[in-house]
Write a protein that binds this ligand. Structure first.
Ligand code: NAD
Length: 370
């Protein structure tokens, strides 16, 4: 029997609507061909919402997001909005969504498809088959800690202050997400901090150990200092399965890991919140890339990051691992056939448009499901 899953689609600005159109075709395919059925709703966000409503996120759209099982987000922003006051800027729409949905866990997979192994700046043998997950704490730590600010000192100098703070509960809840994620993978978690020089790092390590011992004793847990982790990511990234770390280190390490794969147009992400009273975890899925105004409207954007974000939605919000794998396998096959959008073009490959890439992925899904 089909169960309806409520999904809110916020395509946003720039290439967002173009790549989302291709994802919608895949969602329709799932509706027709698989056991899952979606109730889809569309909304405006970012500049598109500002143009219509004078705000980057209306209360109604926020309420729709709160009521949805999952939000599939495109991208926001564009040069025409750069002159707006801070609170009207497109990015505020996304930030408000993250805050109101309480999205504290940011999942950034770094996967290298065999066909794109040469796109990485690292040697093929170092990245071939790479599939790691960086889990970044998103709502705590030094970006939010108090006191913060810039103050004037009596001697005329100025002093800039930010504070790294983490509480027991903040650390435990992100650690739980890490161990849950690991269960569906190789069940290995590497916790990253700097407990050698930071008290908050000592607490981080102790609390992760506590969650491991009391709730997930079967998982393999290791610890690494953040500076060493940065080195290991470029030396031997395949040693990792799930990396869990704080907001600041996660910000840096997830970008570093992303670049192991070589292409922005291929990178999905997910942000998860707490489990609500109905047992549903709030979640928003989005590509790592932005609205790419330089190529918007040209039918050349790569839709794969957005599509892989939908695959994450299937896996993490709806527990549809097999369906998620179908999407990933279709992408893999199409890339292996030599089709490339301009951003991942290689000598000898066939350069295709956004829509033709969508066509090819649908054809591949048909083949796999035949
Ligand atoms: P960007 O990610 O939009 O683009 C960077 C470069 O990568 C550009 O050359 C672009 O053409 C290319 N690119 C990005 N995605 C691509 C895709 N799917 N296919 C092919 N090429 C792709 O970053 P930017 O240029 O720094 O920012 C542009 C706008 O996007 C800004 O307004 C920025 O604020 C916004 N932005 C939004 C988000 C978001 O919505 N989460 C994230 C980052 C930037």
């Amino acid at each position: 029997m089909k169960t309806n899953k409520k999904m809110l689609i916020l395509a946003g600005d720039g290439i967002g609507p173009e790549v989302m159109t291709q994802v919608r075709r895949v969602v329709d395919w799932f509706d027709r061909r698989r056991a899952v059925k979606f109730d889809m709703q569309d909304g405006l966000v970012g500049g598109a919402s500002y143009d219509k409503h004078g705000t980057p996120l209306t209360d109604n759209t926020l309420a729709d997001a709160m009521a949805a099982d999952a939000v599939l987000f495109g991208s926001v922003g564009g040069p025409q909005y750069d002159v707006l006051p801070f609170e009207k800027r497109p990015e505020r729409g996304l930030l408000r969504l993250r805050k109101e949905l309480g999205l504290f866990a940011n999942l950034r997979p770094a996967m290298v498809f065999d066909a794109l192994v040469d796109a990485s700046s690292l040697k093929p043998e170092v990245v071939k088959g790479l599939n790691i997950m960086i889990l970044r704490e998103l709502t705590g730590g030094i970006y939010f800690g108090e006191p913060r600010g810039i103050e004037k000192l009596p001697d005329g100098q100025r002093r800039g202050i930010n504070t790294q703070v983490y509480t027991t509960n903040e650390i435990r809840r992100i650690a739980r997400v890490a161990f849950e994620l690991a269960k569906k993978r190789q069940n290995r978690v590497c916790s990253v901090e700097k407990s050698n020089v930071m008290e908050s790092g000592i607490l981080w390590k102790e609390e992760v150990i506590h969650v491991h011992k009391t709730e997930f004793p079967k998982a393999e847990l290791s610890h690494m200092y953040a500076d060493n982790c940065a080195m290991q990511l470029v030396r031997n990234p395949k040693q990792f399965d799930v990396i869990v770390t704080d907001n600041l280190f996660g910000d840096i390490l997830s970008d570093c890991a992303a670049m192991l794969t070589g292409s922005l147009g291929m990178l999905p992400s997910a942000s998860l919140g707490d489990v609500d009273q109905q047992g549903q975890r709030r979640a928003l899925y989005e590509p790592v890339h932005g609205s790419a105004p330089d190529i918007a409207g040209k039918n050349i954007a790569n839709p794969i990051a957005q599509l892989l974000s939908f695959a994450m939605l299937l896996r993490y919000s709806f527990d549809l691992d097999e369906d998620a794998r179908l999407v990933e396998a279709a992408v893999e096959k199409v890339l292996a056939s030599g089709m490339r959008t301009a951003d991942i073009m290689q000598p000898g490959a066939a350069k295709v448009s956004t829509v033709v890439m969508g066509d090819a992925i649908l054809r591949e899904l048909d083949k796999q499901a035949a």
